[in-house]
Design a protein around this ligand. Structure first.
Ligand code: ADP
Length: 618
């Protein structure tokens, strides 16, 4: 009876092995079948040794009779051991199979992911993708057939492509299919008219490849692109007159290769036509724009584009040089700027049928402008800080200096000649230096007040202002025997009268100061109109300036001579320059050393709106 159990266990193991073998990989199947063979052989041997005929119980009985029970039991024990070994072997095989199963599950997951990726690529493609069997029957159609042909993809499955083809194109299509079927991987390429769901014909550019030999595809993969519009345009072009055709192809080339974005919208702001540059700006293929709106493709500028459309539809007028800004798919997260020029397209009756738009990228320029603006603001702030500082410092220094000078003068009056000669000299030095510092402080204060305490420009008679300056310099003019001539009456200009007087006073003062030792100063003041500005010239016959110093003299504290020969603070010309520039003018100097110098400066002329006031002044 032990033998019977052993045989039945062996049978059971064989069945399990057979079951496993059915689901296993080819390699594993070989291993199992080798094991099975060994097991069945052992079983055969066993039966041959232990029994000669069925049923087993009878055979066992017969053998028991022949060899005696103890010998049979020994044999059975031997076979049972062998069986145990096989069972262990089988269990090992089982482990291997389960490991392989895990591997298969992992591979399946990877495959599923990759399939999902490819599927989403195909399902989102703008071209049509279909799979055909050998008869030309559609076995798969991508969702784009809905957008292009109005078909539901599932409705197309089972349809033969030849049923959709234009009768005139059917033969070409059959030939192309035959050609593709002639050998694996054969490419098919043709252009054919295909009917859409509404019965209209679309010209499709079709390419396909015979992948029937690939087990997972088993079909002809076909890719089709709608080129109806292109073909229609070409046909229209063929029909029109050659000169017009030439003009059109020129325009087309310009459109295609323009460095700015160009497009045409319909009156619902849907793209009808655009160039590559615009597609590049938006970061989406050109074809995918057609029929869609800016809100769908570049949502960031959607609102601005709609506003521009509304304005053009309302006025019928072009909208030129307005700015749009936003992000696009091409550079996500980067705010870009465009200068836009939009204009309506009108039919013969003057109705607006579309909009033409041009977008010039100005992001870089905009950034540079913003940077310059920031620099200018910083500069303005730091100038204001400096002016405030100069004002406070010079203002607060005035009083202590005044006290020092007064007491030095008091000392000089009371004690000169009563102390020793050195003391007299020291007191004189203190007084002199104090006065010099007083001059500096007064000039610094005047400089710091130019912007903060200047008045608005108003029509100002240059003649009157020059007269005032001459009056203030009267003593020095007389001392030096200077002559001042003005040719023709001087004009009326837009200026702060007080500051303009300061300009003439400093320039005439310098012309007297830097005179030649042996020649009385001769100063000439003239003015010429240059466009909207008056150009003044103050010339002298003084010592002149070496060419290398011509720019430096306008800088603060820059002097070319020692104080002993020509007293001064080095602020006078800086004040002049600042005043002129505050009025929107420029100042420069021309000079011949030993001959004299001419200081030129410009000031705005009186505009028409001010001319009535100007005539009153005259
Ligand atoms: P300051 O007169 O106090 O020295 P300015 O700023 O008025 O300061 O002038 C700066 C320098 O420019 C003078 O020191 C002088 O060297 C030169 N300069 C100015 N005006 C004349 C002039 N008319 N002729 C020759 N040199 C001049």
């Amino acid at each position: 009876m032990d033998a019977e159990r052993a045989i039945s266990t062996l049978h059971q193991q064989i069945r399990v092995l057979q079951e496993e073998a059915r689901n296993a990989s080819p390699h594993r199947r070989n291993v199992i079948s080798a094991t099975l063979e060994t097991v069945s052989q052992s079983l055969g041997d066993f039966i041959a040794t232990a029994v000669v005929a069925d049923p087993i119980s009878d055979s066992v009985q017969a053998v028991e009779d022949e060899l005696g029970q103890s010998h049979l039991l020994e044999k059975v024990q031997e076979r049972a051991d062998e069986l145990q070994t096989y069972i262990e072997e089988i269990s090992k095989v089982n482990d291997d199979i389960s490991r392989e199963k895990d591997e298969v599950v992992r591979m399946n997951q990877i495959l599923a992911k990759s399939e999902e990726r490819f599927r989403s690529m195909i399902e989102n493609a703008s071209d049509i993708i279909v799979l055909l069997d050998v008869q030309g029957t559609i076995t798969y159609a991508s969702p784009s057939v809905k957008q292009i042909g109005g078909y539901d993809p599932s409705d197309l499955v089972g349809t033969n492509v030849l049923d959709l083809a234009h009768p005139d194109d059917a033969l070409v299509m059959i030939a192309a299919l035959r050609e593709a079927l002639s050998s694996p991987r054969r490419l098919l390429r043709l252009e054919a008219r295909i009917k859409d769901a509404a019965g209209a014909w679309h010209v499709l550019e079709i390419t396909g490849r015979n992948l029937l030999d690939i087990e997972s595809v088993q079909g002809i993969v076909v890719n089709a692109r709608d080129i109806t519009e292109r073909r229609e345009a070409e046909e229209a072009l063929r029909d029109c007159d050659p000169q017009l055709r030439e003009r059109l192809s020129e325009i087309d080339a310009m459109y295609r290769y323009a460095p700015i974005g160009l497009c045409i919208f319909d009156t619902d702001l849907r793209w009808v036509r655009l160039n590559e540059r615009l597609a590049e700006i938006n970061g989406l293929p050109l074809q995918e724009h057609i029929g869609r709106t800016p809100r769908e493709i570049v949502p960031d500028v959607g609102e601005q584009a709609e506003e521009a459309l509304r304005a053009i539809l309302a006025t019928g007028e072009p909208l030129l040089d307005f700015e749009m800004k936003g992000t696009t798919r091409a550079q996500p997260g980067v705010v870009r700027y465009w200068n836009e020029r939009w204009a309506p397209i009108k039919d013969e009756e003057g109705r607006i049928t579309g909009i033409t738009a041009a977008a010039e990228e100005i992001t870089e320029r905009k950034r540079a402008e913003e940077q310059v603006k920031r620099y200018a603001e910083n500069l303005k702030r730091s100038n204001e800080d400096l002016e405030r500082f100069a004002y406070i410092a010079s203002h607060d220094l005035q009083e202590p200096i005044r006290v020092m000078v007064s007491y030095a003068q008091l000392l000089a009056r009371r004690y000169t000649g009563r102390l020793d000669p050195d003391a007299d000299e020291y007191i004189r030095f203190i007084e002199q230096s104090g006065k010099q510092m007083q001059g500096l402080i007064t000039d610094l204060l005047a400089y710091s007040r130019i912007s903060s305490q200047g008045n608005e420009a108003e029509p100002t008679s240059a003649d009157d202002v020059v007269c005032e300056a001459i009056e203030l310099l009267q003593m020095r003019i007389e001392e030096t025997g200077a002559t001042i001539v003005t040719r023709d009456p001087l004009p009326i200009v837009m200026a702060d009268p007080g500051q303009l007087r300061q300009v003439f006073q400093n320039l005439i003062g310098n012309a007297i100061k830097f005179r030649k030792p042996d020649e009385p100063p001769r100063i000439q003041i003239t003015a010429e109109k240059h466009g909207t500005m008056w150009q003044f010239a103050v010339s002298d016959n003084g010592i002149g300036i070496e060419p290398e110093y011509l720019d430096r003299i306008f800088m603060i504290f820059q002097r070319l001579h020692g104080r002993d020969s020509y007293p001064g603070t080095g602020i006078g010309l800086t004040i002049v320059k600042r005043i002129v520039e505050r009025h929107g003018g420029k100042i420069w100097v021309a000079s011949e050393p030993g001959e004299g110098s001419t200081f030129y400066f410009t000031l705005p002329a009186v505009t028409t709106e001010h001319s009535s006031i100007a005539s009153e002044i005259r």
